[in-house]
Ligand binder design. Structure first.
Ligand code: DX5
Ligand code: ZN
Length: 227
């Protein structure tokens, strides 16, 4: 079984983005995600420099860790993630995803993440070409394809990501690799089928998923399962 999958029956894993969670009652909100059978949690860390928004850092990630045993993926939208890896590892996240466009050296930072005992994720902005990631595909556990410009939730899905997912799935097959393909931004019940079809393994959904009162049903819709 792949490291990110909790339920062998699921065609794709569902990863709510906590960006849209209820931070006035985070423990309860996370418990409702667990009850809905989500597979992992996506933590959007923004530094107000790499992106024009500021969210949270290791301190909140550690609080999330205390609320749940779910796999935690920290999506670091930071100019220099390399400087903060130790703090996120100490916070107890399971995977750390960095951007190819950050100032940290991509391959060396991914290696450091692995050496620190975390899963290694690499992400790509919508305007960046997959070629930026090709040299490091043999040293990642996860590729996060951005289908919105990073910085804010609630934007609409950029369909250019679908071709990237297809290309990654092809490259993975050709090279005999086994990284997960995750898609992030504007994922909902209407965009999820194309993502699944293209070959995504993990669907990150913030606004759409968190707004749903029937989250079990929402997870089922993202997975393409009948309720
Ligand atoms: C964007 C973040 C995403 C995003 C997901 O910078 O990385 O995780 O907030 O939220 P929705 O689903 O609202 O696009
Ligand atoms: Zn994200």
């Amino acid at each position: 079984m792949n490291w990110w999958r909790r339920h062998p029956d699921h065609r794709v894993a569902v990863a709510p983005s906590l960006l849209a969670a209820d931070f006035t009652d985070l423990r309860r909100d996370i418990a409702s995600m667990e009850e809905a059978g989500v597979d992992l949690l996506h933590l959007d860390v923004m530094d107000a420099h790499f992106v024009p928004n500021l969210t949270f850092g290791p301190f909140i990630c550690a609080a999330v860790r205390r609320c749940t045993g779910l796999v935690l993926d920290a999506h670091l939208m930071m100019t220099d993630p390399d400087r903060y890896l130790g703090a996120f590892v100490d916070a107890g996240v399971d995977a750390i995803t960095i951007h190819a466009e950050s100032a940290s050296p991509l391959a060396a930072t991914l290696d450091r993440i692995g050496a620190l005992g975390c899963r290694r994720g690499a992400s790509l902005n919508p305007d960046s070409d997959i070629a930026c990631l090709e040299p490091v595909l043999d040293r990642v556990d996860l590729v996060l394809v951005m289908t919105v410009k990073p910085g804010f939730g609630g934007q609409s899905f950029d369909p250019r990501g679908l071709e990237k997912i297809r290309r990654l799935a092809r490259l993975r097959r050709q090279a005999g690799l086994d990284f997960a393909i995750s898609v992030d931004g504007g994922v909902n019940d209407r965009t999820a089928p194309d993502c699944r079809e293209a070959g995504a393994d993990i669907l990150v959904s913030g606004t759409w998923f968190c707004e749903k009162t029937d989250r079990k049903g929402a997870a089922g819709l993202l997975r393409g399962l009948s309720r």
